[in-house]
Design a protein around this ligand. Structure first.
Ligand code: ZN
Length: 353
């Protein structure tokens, strides 16, 4: 596909990396992601959201499964995964499968609510969550599949079994923490997620799914906003230099927070949700159909549905439709700007004088 769309893709990349609505904070500092993105843009040589959408257009055919790995239970995570699932259905008639964790988590201690987060957010996006054997009976459906907390050996086996079973045409990860080169999983603030984690300890190790996909040559795309999310190994150096905890963490491991798992295409975004929306916008442009991109009204519904289950803003810890401390209207406006960018890009101006 043509590089003549690069100015469009660069506009989308800029919209999803903007510091619009960011709080004054060392990690939420609006300068970090644009600096990391600029280096990633140089490494890949193309706009990253457009590159990801082109890869999906090339590799995903009608009725193909696409895995979306998404286990965040903060406001940044489920809305992006749900919107991406919707766009894969709308643009490619693909069958989205969201792989997640249902393990007890202090962020959302009520397990009954925890299991409702992705289904209810997907319904807000217009998709019906169903058992896997019902995924193809009608359009506009999604299957949500739990990946259990296990030791390293079992996680590797389960990851390959998952890929055998679903045979995905692509794997997309968004806002899922991955281990660093020392095998430690860190928060964006540089703290380890586990006091001590031995190889035989059970833990959420969803990065073994991405690792298995990369080993098998399944096309992979990874999104995040701090570099501690799985997939960012190709631009690890940029995160180490620009993120306050990229090179140093608060724990004895000494490895910094940056994930050691590689992915084919990486997208650093102001929030991971926005990165997903950027891929959607590029899919809409490549398909020539603005309806592939969700609109501001749907974004409003997505954020409210997610927060109403009991999901908290990752920065403020309020159960509100804000994302990483950014007002909910910032997300609505970014979606509207992306939508408008697609619509305008599909209009040709004729002016022969
Ligand atoms: Zn550490």
């Amino acid at each position: 596909m043509g590089e003549q769309l690069d100015p469009f893709g660069d506009t989308v990349d800029r919209l999803v990396t903007t510091g619009l609505g960011k709080l004054n904070h060392e990690v939420l500092n609006p300068g970090i992601v644009p600096a990391v993105h600029a280096e990633a843009r140089r490494i890949y040589g193309r706009p990253l959201t457009l590159l990801a959408a082109e890869r999906l257009m090339e590799t995903v055919e009608r009725d193909d499964n696409v895995l979306i790995v998404a286990n965040s239970i903060e406001m940044d995570g489920p809305p992006g995964a749900a919107a991406l699932a919707r766009a894969l259905d709308a643009a490619l008639d693909a069958r989205p499968i969201i792989v997640t964790s249902w393990e007890p988590d202090p962020l959302l201690p009520d397990e009954e609510r925890l299991r409702r987060v992705l289904p209810e957010t997907c319904i807000a996006a217009g998709l019906m969550p169903v058992a896997y054997d019902l995924l193809r009976r009608r359009a506009h459906r999604v299957h949500i599949h739990p990946f259990p907390a296990e030791c390293i050996t079992t996680s590797k086996v389960l990851a390959h079994e998952l890929l055998d079973r679903f045979d995905p045409a692509a794997v997309i990860t968004t806002e899922v923490i991955g281990r660093n080169e020392k095998g430690v999983y860190h928060s964006a603030m540089g703290y380890p997620l586990h006091e001590e984690l031995a190889p035989h300890d059970k833990a959420d190790r969803l990065d073994y799914i991405l690792e298995a996909a990369v080993d098998r040559g399944v096309p992979s795309i990874s999104l995040g906003d701090n570099g501690n999310e799985m997939g960012f190994a190709p631009i690890a150096d940029a995160w180490r230099r620009h993120h306050p905890y990229g090179a140093r963490c608060h724990c004895p491991c000494g490895g910094g927070i940056v994930s050691a798992t590689p992915s084919d295409i990486v997208i650093p975004a102001a929030t991971s949700n926005w990165g997903c929306y950027g891929v959607e916008a590029c899919l809409a442009r490549l398909k020539g159909d603005p309806a592939v991109m969700h609109d501001g009204e749907t974004e409003h519904r997505l954020l409210h549905a997610c927060a109403s289950v009991g999901v908290t803003d990752g920065a403020t810890v309020w159960c509100t439709p804000t994302v990483d401390g950014t007002p909910h209207l910032a997300s609505v406006y970014v979606v509207e700007l992306l939508h408008m960018t697609v619509t305008q890009s599909l209009r040709t101006l004729h002016r022969p004088w």
